[in-house]
Ligand binder design. Structure first.
Ligand code: PEP
Length: 268
């Protein structure tokens, strides 16, 4: 049995004050839900305060990204040791928004500018290795764009992202320390949820890809979240699927009651 993991990605939202008010409201709502790993990903500016606020509770924190160097002259970037020092246990890597794959044409932004966000598969791999070396748990996000889905390239896209993300990472680390989040880009922040059976099928492709590289035992241990417009009213169906071991939640993680309802759905 894989333990379910529910993570709330706040993206570029919440001041420190708003983040602390959220922590205060959420804590009693998820008390006793020890059968689920609960994670909040605040912006960097609130990471330390939120980590402190959840100390002694079952809620852990994650950074929304990481640089692969440990320290030095890298203006604006944040390393794994600094993230650990701020109190986080997890880190998101390869979110479609940091890969520059927004899935919509942003007004006035060219493809080149979007790509300048620049998280590539190779970048995801070095960041995952750096996070693991420091003792952080990477949540590696993968998923196809609408164009890739329409072209029938969903499975090959996702499998390729998995293989490239894991290059050079041992079976032991993969089975105990790596989490994947399957997030179809077209379902993120759009309100358009992937049907539960299709989300399960693609999470199965992720698992089969891991199996082909590392064997069945490792593949069956890895937790795979679904992300993309998960909400209180669709969470239970998604979370009941064989290959879906949790959720990565954006919009619905901004309100304590909604997020707590998704945690409750995972707790069963
Ligand atoms: C996300 O940002 O990872 C996400 C899944 O967002 P939303 O839940 O808003 O679609």
């Amino acid at each position: 049995m894989r333990k379910k993991i529910i993570a709330g990605n706040w993206k570029m939202n919440k001041t420190v004050g708003e983040a602390l008010a959220f922590a205060e409201a959420l804590t009693p709502l998820v008390a006793g839900k020890d059968s689920v790993d609960i994670v909040i990903c605040p912006p960097y500016t609130a990471l330390y305060s939120v980590s402190k606020a959840f100390e002694g509770t079952s809620v852990a924190t994650a950074a929304q990204g990481v640089f692969w160097k440990t320290s030095g002259a890298y203006t604006s970037y944040v390393s794994s040791p600094l993230i650990l020092d701020a109190g986080a246990k997890y880190v998101l890597i390869g979110h479609s928004e940091t890969r520059g794959r927004f899935g919509v044409a942003e007004e006035g932004l060219t493809d080149d500018l979007l790509k300048a966000f620049g998280e590539t598969d190779a970048g995801v791999n070095v960041k995952a290795k750096a996070a693991l070396a420091a003792g952080l748990i990477p949540i590696i996000c993968i998923g196809e764009t609408l164009g890739e889905r329409k072209d029938g390239a969903t499975d090959v896209t996702v499998a390729d992202q998995v293989v490239k993300a894991l290059e050079g990472i041992s079976a032991e680390l993969v089975s105990t320390q790596v989490i994947f989040a399957y997030e179809p880009v077209w379902a993120i922040g759009t309100g358009e949820v992937c049907a539960a059976d299709e989300a399960n099928r693609v999470c199965g492709v992720v698992r089969a890809t891991i199996e082909s590289r590392y064997g069945a035992e490792t593949a069956s241990a890895v937790r795979i979240q679904y992300g993309g417009s998960m909400k209180p009213d669709n969470a239970a169906e998604l979370l009941s699927q064989e290959h879906i071991d949790g959720g990565l939640i954006g919009g619905a993680s901004l309100k304590p009651a909604d997020f707590a309802a998704i945690v409750a759905a995972a707790a069963g």
